[in-house]
Design a protein around this ligand. Structure first.
Ligand code: HEC
Ligand SMILES: [Cu+2]
Length: 335
């Protein structure tokens, strides 16, 4: 009797010991795995988004990621870095190694249109280490005091197509402020047109010729390669809402009511969306709308987003050059 009890007791102790051992070994193994690589599952935002949304890293210490998708095809990229985007296919693992040489907070995001809330698939990587922190300067629209949320219809628009080439013929007659990058950045084409129209030295020019000058100024502040970069970024990140041709008819918004100022309709664009407040964007081919906006306003909108309109914020994703490229590209729809 006593013997049996003893055996039972030993067995229990042994059992508990083995259980603890299994647990500890499992935990250690897990720790080890984590040190070697981080496994991340991608799911559509409705299904939970990224399984990991914050990653810690140290400068100059590689981190290995094992990525897979639990539903549709997603993509993985990190804003403001040159790390190549990785496609993530359901049921497959793809590995990638990240290396940061500057401390700061980076944003990783999905690059594939996986659904309406696609752009919400974002997470952060906190990189610690020596060196100056990578930070973002405040967007220019704040310093310039431009309200990016008010309507900005153009006071004037060109009667016909503009010709930057013709505009360049008057280059020598222009007041010098016109060629400042600052002037371009903080004024809408319509504003600059009005300023030039009021210049006594340009009184000989026709209204259309003044527009040609404005178009030339816009051309001077961009370049074919910038437009090309803008076009690529736009196709990947913006066309799903703003439409391939900029008309505001991308697949994500096609069925939503039109924007008030576009059709002078009585539709309240906010009323029926039911998609996290997504409304239909303005028509970028509408000169009335686009020529009334300054590059600072457009870039501010892109950086900050729409605050409840469904326009995503891209500040942590794109570099200043990329945002300027997008802005140059947007004007090409309207000219
Ligand atoms: C999920 C849909 C969606 C995506 C994706 C999107 N936008 Fe928008 N965008 C909107 C909506 C809706 C508006 C209108 C409401 C507003 O101005 O906030 C808007 C407004 C804007 C405006 C302001 C227009 C104006 O005249 O005030 C700019 C500029 C803009 N988007 C640029 C972009 C760029 C560049 C991208 C891609 C990098 C992009 N958008 C991606 C939905 C989207
Ligand atoms: Cu996705």
């Amino acid at each position: 009797m006593v013997k049996k009890e003893r055996i039972a007791r030993v067995l229990v102790v042994l059992f508990v010991f083995i259980a603890v051992l299994i647990f500890v070994v499992g935990w250690l193994k897990n720790q080890n795995l984590n040190a070697d690589s981080i496994q991340i599952h991608a799911r559509m935002p409705e299904n939970g988004g990224w399984s990991v949304t914050s990653i810690n890293a140290e400068t100059n210490q590689p981190i290995h990621l094992k990525l897979t998708s639990d539903d549709v095809v997603h993509g993985f990229a990190i804003g403001k870095t040159n790390h190549p985007a990785v496609d993530i296919f359901p049921g497959e693992f793809v590995e990638t190694t990240l290396l940061f040489d500057k401390p700061g907070t980076y944003t990783f995001y999905c690059t594939r249109w996986c659904g309406v809330n696609h752009w919400r698939m974002r997470g952060t990587i906190d990189v610690r280490g020596e060196g100056p922190l990578v930070t973002n300067p405040p967007p220019a629209y704040l310093q310039l005091g431009i309200d990016i949320d008010t309507e900005h219809e153009a006071e004037v628009i060109p009667a016909t197509d503009v010709s930057p080439q013709t505009g360049s013929l008057f280059a020598d007659d222009l007041p010098s402020y016109v060629l400042d990058q600052e002037t371009y950045f903080s004024n809408s084409p319509a504003k600059i047109w009005m300023r030039l129209r009021a210049e006594p030295t340009l009184s000989e020019l026709s209204d259309q010729e003044v527009w040609d000058v404005v178009a030339w100024i816009w051309q001077k502040n961009t370049s074919p390669s910038m437009i090309e970069t803008g076009q690529t970024l736009y196709a990947e990140n913006c066309a799903a809402c703003h439409g391939e041709t900029g008309k505001g008819d991308g697949i994500m918004v096609r069925d939503l009511p039109k924007h008030d100022s576009d059709e002078h309709s009585t539709n309240d664009p906010h009323s029926e969306s039911g998609m996290g407040g997504l409304i239909r964007p303005h028509d970028f081919t509408d000169a009335n709308h686009v020529l009334g906006a300054s590059p600072a306003l457009f870039s501010g909108k892109i950086i900050r987003g729409g605050m409840g309109t469904g326009m995503p914020y891209w500040g942590p994703i794109f570099t200043e050059e990329q945002i300027n490229a997008l802005v140059s590209y947007i004007y090409t729809f309207a000219w």
